[in-house]
Design a protein around this ligand. Structure first.
Ligand SMILES: *Cc1c(COP(=O)(O)O)cnc(C)c1O
Length: 440
């Protein structure tokens, strides 16, 4: 508790002090209560088997959990927990309030118009599969039209394979929007592809989990809508790093996954415009998603429960609520600024290393860096770095076609988050140089 209390006091940046000219940058660094924030993450106090302090650079795979999220889960199980929606007793009522309260928190966080537009799933993958299945049913009904689907070259497998399957189901095509050398979506090719094809839906990452590229989603959506194309945005890597407003973006569907934004694993979110979700048939059948049931037939519950068959991830939703509160308390803008500074420093350091190829140098980016070094095996590098406490990831990062596009069969990824520091980045680059001489 004491850590949280300290963090809470110091998380509000002191506005009056920040105005001295020329001191802008330094102030920013001081304003971000990094030390207290790190205190809030118990996992950061650990050392590895070799006795090296942990440096967690794998937040794009999953983020660490702050104490208050861990506590919220334990408290919920100890007090308000029961199954939701079903029972008449007071405990179930409290549990339902907490679960639906989490939905309302997500609605606010995403700027959605209505809570019924927020569907809880297991993760982002399930949210995308839900759309590919249920909206896909509508599309498949009209198979004579054979409309194409499109994705960008930088999509995560979760935002690629479901569309591949749907295209096959519709006897149609999955088109791929190319990226430029900087790792940005080629907007001319994008518009051209939409102009020359009947594309029913385009699925785009808000932020790439490999390149770090932050795509200009509002623009890309507007272009798509001019061509009567729907857009699903995969916000898995955006929600932890930047403010998101689904209405300002005008996204038709927007998904993210809880565990990357400091929430427990096992919870994901699908936002969909009401009239789209309303038109879509359900995909999983059972308790909770029904209104009336006889032995011969059933009718469906209203939104969003129509898409939430069976006992939902109740505690995970409560944990997500706590995680979003945590993010809001620090302020997503403050997080973004801290990460931007950190990221710029990291990028400069990495680009200063001879023989290092950075995948993606987009102007707008999140602090996620994938690279190859001298043709050294990324797994060997990661293993050596691991011994020194650095947790990073090697491989395709669930985007094999993208990594292969760069002529690689694996790369090393450093993914920063709000709890990372300048010193950690510095130490990493030194450790990388050491690892390189050991492998050479
Ligand atoms: C992690 C990730 C996903 C999948 O998230 P899950 O929690 O595994 O479902 C999808 N897209 C992107 C961009 C991701 O980074």
């Amino acid at each position: 508790m004491s850590n949280i209390a300290i963090a809470e006091q110091s998380l509000k940046p002191s506005k009056q002090e920040g105005k001295q000219e020329g001191k802008q940058e330094e102030r920013l660094a001081e304003d971000f209560p990094l030390a207290q924030l790190r205190e809030a993450f118990p996992a950061l106090r650990q050392k590895n088997e070799q006795g090296a302090a942990i440096v967690y650079f794998d937040s794009a795979a999953s983020a660490l959990k702050p104490r208050e999220v861990i506590d919220a889960l334990a408290d919920f199980y100890a007090t308000d927990y029961a199954n939701v929606h079903r029972s008449a007793h007071w405990l179930a009522e409290r549990s339902t309030e907490r679960y639906e309260g989490a939905r309302e928190a997500v609605r606010q966080h995403l700027g959605a118009a209505k809570a019924c537009e927020i569907v809880f799933t297991r993760n982002a993958t399930e949210a995308i599969n839900l759309v590919a299945n249920c909206w896909g049913d509508l599309l498949a009904r009209d198979c004579r039209r054979k409309p194409a689907l499109a994705i960008s070259m930088m999509e995560h497998h979760s935002n690629l394979v479901p569309w591949q399957r749907l295209a096959a189901r519709c006897d149609s095509e999955l088109l791929v929007i190319p990226i430029n050398d900087a790792g940005e979506i080629d907007s001319e090719a994008y518009e051209n592809l939409l102009k020359t094809n009947d594309v029913a839906l385009v699925a785009l990452a808000h932020v790439s989990n490999v390149l770090g590229t932050k795509n200009p989603i509002a623009e890309l959506v507007a272009t798509a809508h001019r061509h009567d194309t729907l857009v699903l945005v995969d916000g898995s890597q955006a929600v932890p790093h930047a403010p998101v407003d689904v209405r300002a973006l005008d996204a038709d569907f927007y998904v993210f996954t809880g565990h990357k934004v400091f929430a427990p694993s096992g919870i994901g979110v699908l936002y969909g415009k009401e009239q789209l979700l309303e038109a879509m048939p359900p995909w999983q059948y059972g308790g909770e998603m029904v209104e009336r049931v006889s032995f011969r037939q059933a009718s469906w519950n209203s939104l969003p429960w129509k898409f939430e068959a069976g006992t939902p991830p109740i505690a995970q939703a409560v944990g997500l609520d706590a995680a979003l509160k945590f993010v809001r308390r620090i302020g997503i803008e403050a997080i973004e600024k801290h990460e931007q500074r950190l990221g710029e420093g990291m990028q400069q350091r990495l680009q200063g290393i001879e023989g290092l190829t950075l995948l993606g140098v987009a102007r707008a980016r999140a602090p996620i860096f994938s690279f190859a070094l001298d043709g050294l095996n990324a797994f060997d590098l990661a293993t050596l770095l691991d011994k020194q406490g650095f947790c990073c990831r090697a491989g395709f990062h669930c985007a094999e076609p993208l990594v292969r596009h760069y002529g690689l069969s694996g790369c090393l990824r450093v993914a920063l988050a709000l709890y990372n520091s300048e010193q950690e980045c510095e130490a990493f680059v030194e450790a990388l140089a050491k690892a390189r001489t050991m492998l050479a």
